[in-house]
Design a protein around this ligand. Structure first.
Ligand code: DGL
Length: 225
């Protein structure tokens, strides 16, 4: 069984992509709404919630857990070994793709992810692209309040117009939706920035999980990680 978690609805974008790639796999989704948002919490709090979520999903039968939350993924390397070993973070694969295609990369993320510099660090290991890490925490609650699946509230539309101006001001050729909640607005954001390449860690992370599971199965091993 595959476990997927986020603080709320953001990780559903990753969950759907995993479903498309592995329709026969048993899956379980955890939305930790009680403790949302994660992006304004301290590192210690986010780490504790992440370890708890992985343990919970494992207890429910998950053999592998996709951390469909960039905020939690930014702390993957600091998790306890039991949690680290069975989980897949989503920042590194998205950063690797951005490093390949972008020269000026804007990252919109939660307060924690943006200030941690996690995307910039990963990209910096692979390329000399310029990275702009932008905290766009209010967009998380706009998505939670219902701006998704083709519906965008006027409040959210207005926020997106300001966001377009902030991103345009950086001159970025590539944009990372560095919080999985923002993947729900990929079409709208893409429409506002038609010349910018958009990378969704939710999607790239799901594809990374698929590759890892496939490789493990081909190697004849029964466990995923
Ligand atoms: N969707 C999450 C992320 O990718 C967290 C949003 C939040 O709870 O602040 O970072």
């Amino acid at each position: 069984m595959i476990g997927v978690f986020d603080s709320g609805v953001g990780g559903i974008c990753a969950f759907r992509r995993v479903r498309e790639l592995m329709p026969r796999e048993d899956m379980i989704y955890l939305a930790d709404r009680k403790n949302a948002p994660y992006g304004t919490k301290s590192e210690d709090e986010i780490r504790a919630l992440t370890e708890r979520n992985i343990k919970l999903l494992r207890g429910l039968g998950a053999e592998v857990v996709l951390i469909a939350c960039c905020t939690a993924s930014s702390l993957h390397h600091t998790l306890c070994p039991e949690a680290r070993e069975i989980s897949i973070p989503i920042i590194a694969p998205a950063a690797a793709l951005a490093a390949k295609v972008g020269k000026k990369i804007a990252v919109i993320a939660t307060h924690h992810t943006a200030t941690s510099g996690a995307f910039g660090r990963e990209i910096g290991r692979l390329s000399d692209a310029i990275v702009f890490e932008m905290s766009e925490q209010p967009l998380v609650s706009l998505v939670e309040k219902g701006s998704r699946d083709g519906r965008v509230t006027e409040e959210c539309r207005e926020y997106l117009r300001g966001l377009r101006d902030r991103i345009s001001a950086t001159g970025a050729d590539t944009l990372i939706l560095g919080c999985t909640h923002f993947s729900h607005l990929e079409k709208e954001i893409g429409g506002l920035l038609p010349r910018v390449k958009i990378i969704s860690p939710a999607r790239v992370g799901a594809e990374e999980l698929f590759k890892k599971i496939k490789a493990h199965r081909e190697s004849g091993r029964t466990i995923y990680m």
